[in-house]
Design a protein around this ligand. Structure first.
Ligand code: SAM
Length: 342
């Protein structure tokens, strides 16, 4: 079932009277979160749970240090509804002692929820103004590591590695981190491609994505117009699940599209489909989908001769006239493995 949580729309930073009206028209489903204690020595110092952010807190944050006009180029649509932050956190089963990567903390409303859940948060923020805001807000919090960087250029593992080692009792298998983030829509494909192959670092990735893109990533299946190479990629590296639709009125400023929470449970390397090299596998898949309507014997002719492709298709029980949109992940794996034997 899809749930939509709605709040009144806000085209721009509103005057106080309008803000009051907005908050009274909001329909908010609040869940209780139990968190208090934190890691090791820091625990006793940080027992207090911070109040969750609401519409007012977000607008107040943006107005602090002068007015922060949200930047379109950075996809800055801030969350106004703390219940959505709770949904994001619980979709990743965040619990005390977890190490969580948050991409784009912005005003810190989701950061706050994650810290309240007892997690240690590594927050990567590209905008120096928002990084400064986070520093002001959580300055003395030991469980927050703020990195002012572009996530697409960030060496994530070097920041998370030492924290994961600290969280893992000696003699135990190293605990994996999680990702929970409300990311800019314009970098979502890049972020998905960056994170999903990181099954040796992350166990669960929960992202707030544009709703249509979320549905395409999770639901697109063979022989539908939405079926693309990214679906093969997503299913190769993870088990994706569409969790919850989030109406656009939950953000400030309001984006043009609704959003959705998607959970990706990452596969461990040993669980990947058996291909000799993921690089050569995805090179084949991408070439196949570049000529989406073409038969594979044509679109893959730069890799093998049409006769070799026809015979590989035939030997795995597929018609020699197959097109990429007719092949499942498993079919592509068998086709690839058959062709690399040649
Ligand atoms: C959609 S807003 C979400 C803000 C906040 N997490 C919230 O839920 O209100 C996206 C955030 O990502 C930051 N951002 C944009 N591009 C980024 C990048 N390449 N790397 C890291 N942060 C980025 C923006 O500055 C902004 O703070």
């Amino acid at each position: 079932m899809l749930l939509s949580v709605r709040v009144a729309s806000r085209p721009s930073l509103p005057p106080a009277a309008e803000r009051r009206r907005a908050s009274s028209t909001r329909r908010v489903v609040l869940r209780s979160v139990h968190t208090t204690s934190v890691d090791g020595g820091a625990a006793s110092k940080e027992k207090k749970r911070r109040p969750t952010d609401d519409y007012h807190a977000t607008v107040r944050s943006l107005n602090s240090r002068g007015r922060h006009v949200p930047k379109k180029s950075l996809g800055q649509h801030y969350m106004l509804n703390s219940s959505i932050n709770e949904e994001l956190s619980s979709a990743a089963d965040v619990e005390e002692g977890d190490v969580v990567l948050e991409i784009g903390p912005g005003t810190g409303s989701l950061t706050n929820t994650l810290l309240n859940s007892g997690a240690t948060v590594v927050a990567v923020e590209k905008d120096p103004r928002m990084a400064a805001l986070i520093k002001d807000r959580f300055g003395c919090t030991e469980r927050l590591k703020l990195i002012q960087e572009d996530i697409t250029k960030c060496h994530i593992v070097s920041h998370l590695g030492p924290l994961l080692q600290n969280q893992t009792p000696e003699g135990h298998k190293q605990k994996l981190a999680k990702v929970v983030a409300n990311i800019p829509f314009n970098i979502s494909t890049e972020v998905v491609k960056l994170l999903l192959p990181m099954g040796n670092t992350f166990s669960i990735v929960v992202l707030l994505l544009q709703d249509e893109a979320a549905a395409r990533l999770v639901d697109a299946s063979v022989e539908t117009p939405e079926y693309r190479s990214i679906n093969i990629f997503v299913n190769f590296y993870s088990d994706p699940e569409y969790k919850l639709k989030v109406g656009r009125t939950n953000f400030f400023p309001q984006p043009k599209f609704d959003a959705a929470i998607v959970r990706f449970e990452l596969k461990q390397i040993s669980e990947y489909p058996p291909v000799a090299s993921p690089k050569s596998f995805f090179s084949l898949v991408n070439s196949a989908f570049n000529g989406k309507r073409k038969m594979l014997r044509k679109s893959l002719h730069h890799l093998c001769s049409p006769t070799e492709i026809e015979s590989a298709l035939d030997s795995i029980g597929l018609p020699t006239t197959s097109r990429p949109s007719e092949l499942t992940l498993d079919d592509f794996v068998r086709l690839h493995n058959n062709l690399v034997k040649l």
